[in-house]
Design a protein around this ligand. Structure first.
Ligand SMILES: [Fe+2]
Ligand SMILES: [Fe+2]
Length: 344
């Protein structure tokens, strides 16, 4: 049986490799989430295994995948899987050849030990058709379902975080959109620096929430149209620590609370609240600081209009390697001056 290795003979590692191969698109259409739609399946073998599998598919079909069972083939009309298929309106036949040449066929789930059948499939060189046995198919289904739950959880997390971020801005309408803009710039800098996607994701959540601590501060200081006194500034500075206190209760898989805690720290130790120095500041926080300073200076503030892009660039360039992370400054300058970065 050249070219066909049965799934139950494979080690777990081999099965995973095979799965990755199978996850390549086998049909043109993909779901909105980019998962291949397994549209047309043929069951060869209509015994109890087939019946259980059909029941499982019926109750467990992942939402974003369209499954069309082309048919169930078994020479015995009374085979339980074949009978169940008939009950739920799936075409059946005694001869698998009735379905085998259907152009739509994408996947065969093979539930029989008759190796002759598999030989025929390969003799006919149905290159596009994938053949899996029960175990392989279940394993694949499990992985696809897990991916879908993961994507759904991720979307809920995005929505929750966006909602929290927006709540902060209802207290501070003059800086509406600030956190989103900082988020976009910070993530663009991180991409320029070649950070891993997972690390950028953590930075993204921290950026969207970085000023959340302002929620606990008196609104009159946040939107004060004149410069703040030193006492008022000291109060405003508490927002980094308050933000940390709020976020540390959420079990993010990234150090989101700590990044937020550090977003006003400077390499030379002159930042706040803890006066950390370069070696103790997380890379994500260093990037966030550059994006935050640039956005804050180039946007309007309650007590002053925008200082303009040139002044903002001058500030980060002047502090490069002293107050601000040098590579992040370079990346930010390139994005603004050469790559036409825009917050949208
Ligand atoms: Fe801040
Ligand atoms: Fe900020």
């Amino acid at each position: 049986m050249e070219g066909l290795k049965r799934y139950h003979d494979m080690t777990k590692a081999e099965l995973i490799c095979e799965l990755q191969r199978l996850q390549q698109p086998i049909v043109e259409s993909t779901s909105p989430m980019g998962i291949t739609c397994w549209v047309n399946i043929l069951f060869i073998g209509g015994g109890k295994g087939c019946r259980e599998f059909l029941k499982l598919l019926h109750s467990y079909t992942p939402r974003h995948i369209t499954v069309n069972i082309l048919g169930v083939a078994d020479p015995l009309p009374d085979a339980p899987g074949r009978k169940y298929a008939e009950e739920i309106g799936i075409p059946t036949s005694s001869d698998y050849l009735d379905f085998l040449y259907d152009d739509r066929l994408d996947l065969i789930i093979e539930l029989t030990n008759q190796e002759k059948i598999l030989d025929t499939i390969f003799e006919k060189k149905l290159h596009k058709t994938r053949v899996m046995d029960h175990m392989g198919a279940l394993f694949l289904w499990e992985v696809i379902s897990l991916k879908e739950s993961h994507d759904e959880l991720h979307r809920s997390l995005e929505d929750t975080v966006a909602c929290l971020g927006a709540t902060t801005e209802t207290r501070d309408p003059y800086t509406a959109g600030h956190q989103q803009r900082v988020d976009r710039l910070a993530c663009a800098i991180a991409l320029e620096l070649g950070l891993e996607q997972q690390q950028i994701l953590g930075l993204h959540f921290a950026a969207v929430l970085h000023d959340i601590g302002k929620i606990a501060l008196p609104a009159m200081y946040l939107s004060k149209p004149t410069a703040l006194s030193s006492e008022e500034r000291a109060i405003i500075k508490c927002h980094a620590e308050v933000g940390f206190d709020i976020l540390k209760k959420i079990r993010f898989p990234w150090p989101v609370a700590e990044i937020v805690y550090q977003h006003h720290e400077l390499l030379d130790g002159q930042g706040y609240p803890r006066g950390l120095t370069e070696k103790d500041i997380l890379l994500e926080a260093k990037i966030l600081t550059v994006a935050d300073v640039f956005e804050a200076m180039s946007a309007d503030r309650p007590y002053r209009p925008s200082l303009g892009v040139d002044i903002a660039l001058e500030e980060i360039r002047a502090g490069k390697g002293v107050r601000y992370h040098a590579e992040s400054v370079d990346a930010c300058v390139v994005l603004i001056t050469e790559k036409q970065f825009n917050y949208n």
